[in-house]
Design a protein around this ligand. Structure first.
Ligand SMILES: Cc1ncc(COP(=O)(O)O)c(C=O)c1O
Length: 399
């Protein structure tokens, strides 16, 4: 049997088979190379398109202070730290970023990783051993599931944001096993918020620890964008706060925040942290500058919410199914794979980019268009996007 056979001949119904058909029909929706971007609009094949698919929530990728900090870091440190944080790869700027985050999040210590994905992989696999349990929401991000997989721990999954299901799952775990409840603060596809007050109650009742992935919540929820735990005033009860720099921070990397001793443990046992080179100096400096802007310009968060609320209201009024979203991540559920591709293409042709999402990234009947908003979107762009949604939705019989 040739191992590579599957790469050349795809079975009907497989993801690659679908991709090939889509490509033949000019409907392949992935890896589009944009020629230019200023954040809210991109240029694709010479046309300007409204970007409704970015995680640049605060619009900081082109902020003068953030760009300047990245350039200055290159001048000071060069382009790479060329090594693991453990060895030669720790720079003063990494420590400055960790200290600033620790103060911002009201946590004793912070450890920065090279990506958000590695942060989940490293934290979860370091803390859980084969006798422990990962307790995960069914809509948790893939990096959480992969972190559990790397840990060889046992697991239970509960229905999305369903506290009865969480309690049922916790009640089945033996008392003497270590338990880590892991949830997204804001769910990356559904755009809803984890009910932390109830989760914290259950965590206490069953003696578990709690980790919140705040990739989509920092810069979005809470005072100055401090995230989900701050939003619910539950910072002390949230044992670990995870975040990425690839979204509101307009950079690349990730972090875990918690008690000093726990962070120190992760630092010495997280293989994706130890066996990988550290964040580039420019990425660390951009994230640090973004953190400062987040606190200096709170009006950005206000505008982000007003833009997202305008779009949410508009999409609902047009008759689109947007589920339970109550954040700047707004899914438009189409629920049929090919219809999702068709409307995605129609929107693109009319001047709006969104991200189409299919199973297994979502549940089998939940194919959707993921839309997300930026503090620098204008009301004119939002109204233009809504009228394009209306045209595309009516043409395809979705509304
Ligand atoms: C909820 C969540 N966690 C973790 C990650 C991983 O972060 P990064 O892309 O920065 O590696 C992402 C990004 O896709 C995410 O949405």
């Amino acid at each position: 049997m040739d191992l590579f056979e599957k790469c050349y001949n795809y079975k009907e119904g497989s993801a690659l088979y679908d991709a090939k058909i889509a490509e033949e029909q000019g409907l392949y929706p992935f890896f589009l190379p944009f020629e230019e971007t200023e954040g809210t609009e991109v240029v694709y094949k010479g046309r300007r398109i409204i970007m409704l698919g970015s995680n640049n929530y605060l619009g900081l990728t082109h902020h003068p202070k953030v760009k300047e900090a990245a350039k200055k870091a290159i001048d000071e440190y060069g382009t790479s730290a060329t090594g693991s944080r453990f060895m030669n790869g720790t720079l003063k700027i990494h420590r400055e970023l960790e200290d600033a985050l620790s103060e911002f999040l009201h946590k004793e210590a912070v450890l920065v990783f090279s990506t958000g994905y590695q942060t989940n992989l490293g934290t979860i696999s370091a803390l859980l051993s084969p006798k422990d349990y990962a307790v995960m929401d069914k809509e948790d991000h893939a990096s959480i599931v992969d972190g559990w997989n790397l840990s060889h721990a046992k697991f239970v999954r509960f229905e999305h944001n369903n506290m009865e299901s969480l309690e049922k799952a916790l009640s089945k775990i033996p008392d003497d096993a270590g338990k880590l409840i892991i949830v997204d603060g804001v769910y990356s596809m559904a755009g809803d918020i984890a009910p932390l007050p109830q989760i914290v109650e259950l965590k206490k009742k069953y003696g578990a620890r709690l980790m919140v992935d705040d990739a989509h919540s920092i810069g979005v929820l809470g005072e100055n964008g401090r995230g989900t735990a701050n939003y619910f005033r539950l910072e002390a009860d949230t044992d670990l706060i995870m975040g990425t720099f690839s979204k509101s921070f307009a950079s690349l990397g990730g972090f875990i925040a918690g008690d000093k001793d726990v962070i120190n443990y992760i630092k010495h046992y997280a293989r994706p942290f130890i066996f990988s080179a550290s964040m580039t100096p420019a990425s660390a400096a951009a994230a640090l500058a973004a953190l400062k802007v987040m606190q200096e310009e709170p009006e950005r968060i206000e505008h982000l919410w007003s833009i997202a609320n305008r779009m949410r209201k508009g999409l609902k009024e047009l008759g689109f199914d947007i589920g339970n979203s109550n954040t700047p991540v707004i899914p438009v559920y189409i629920r049929d794979k090919w219809k999702t591709v068709m409307i995605w293409k129609e929107l693109l042709d009319l001047g709006v980019y969104v991200n189409p999402v299919f199973p297994p990234a979502v549940q089998p009947n939940d194919s959707l268009l993921r839309t997300s908003y930026i503090a620098t979107h204008t009301e004119e762009q939002i109204d233009r996007a809504l009228s394009i949604f209306e045209k595309a939705g009516k043409k395809l019989g979705i509304i």
